[in-house]
Design a protein around this ligand. Structure first.
Ligand SMILES: [Zn+2]
Length: 257
């Protein structure tokens, strides 16, 4: 019955990374942005989803185009798996050359959530200069990084390196931009983003929130299972060896203080 415990641990982990119940909604396709908002004199972060078509989500559909960070897990489908490019310019990813690597690209290729960052005037009002984003914390089975460029053989422009020695990108007030995001292993990631907004009078406001990513189809499927009993059933019916390995890793993660 050991796997029952593992499955339960996986379920607890899914809850722990921000889903509000067993069976999280996982975003797998369509355009949306992580946006800043300014409400009641407080800066915040949220998802702004441009397309709530049922085919864009697993485990349910968000009730509103504006979703809280804990309401949704960003899926990185297995179709996004590639290998890390050669060249030391890619060392910032934390992956070795030719190692498996999962990329959420900055252009919409149709088989992934097209995730950007936005500081729309309708959400923040007027009187802002820019918003500086950084990664305040990250946990997961691998490394997380962000960059622009790098397609077609060019060198990437690093925005967030896996070791966070480089860790900032900026969105101007009223602007919207997309960056590449990289992951070095399958599984669940929790990425805490911090944003510092500067107003035209040089006053600043900050906010942070944690965004969850399910990398690989196995992680997506486990995260979007609707009932605890289904998670157990998933164990009973013998998810793949990889799935059990995933559960074991989650168990180890959970048991850390
Ligand atoms: Zn966008």
């Amino acid at each position: 019955m050991k796997w029952v415990g593992q499955a339960l641990m996986a379920a607890f982990f899914v809850v722990g990374v921000g889903a509000n119940c067993f069976g999280a909604i996982v975003w797998t396709r369509g355009h949306g942005d992580i946006g800043v908002e300014f409400k009641n004199s407080s800066l915040g972060l949220h998802f702004h989803l441009e397309d709530l078509s049922p085919g864009n989500f697993l485990g349910g559909i968000p009730s509103s185009a504006e979703a809280e960070p804990g309401d949704l897990i960003v899926g990185v489908p297995s179709a996004r798996q590639t290998t890390r490019a050669s060249g030391t310019a890619w060392n910032f990813t934390g992956a070795t050359a030719s190692a498996p690597f999962w990329i959420l690209p900055n252009g919409d290729e149709g088989n992934h959530p097209f995730v950007g960052f936005a500081a729309e005037t309708g959400e923040i009002g007027l009187g802002w200069t820019n918003f500086r984003f950084s990664v305040a914390a990250m946990s997961g089975p691998g490394q997380f990084s962000m960059w622009t460029g790098g397609s077609g053989g060019g060198d990437p422009v690093v925005r967030v390196s896996a070791d966070r020695s480089i860790n900032e990108f900026s969105i101007n007030a009223g602007a919207h931009n997309h960056l590449n995001m990289g992951f070095t292993a399958e599984g669940m990631y929790a990425v805490t983003l911090q944003v510092l907004g500067t107003r035209t009078d040089n006053s600043t406001f900050s906010a942070s929130d944690t965004f969850s990513f399910a990398v690989g189809d196995n992680a997506i499927n486990i995260a979007s299972v609707p009932e605890p009993s289904s998670i157990l059933l998933l164990g009973i019916t013998g998810i793949s060896g990889f799935g059990l390995a995933w559960l074991r890793r989650k168990r180890l993660n959970v048991s850390k203080p």
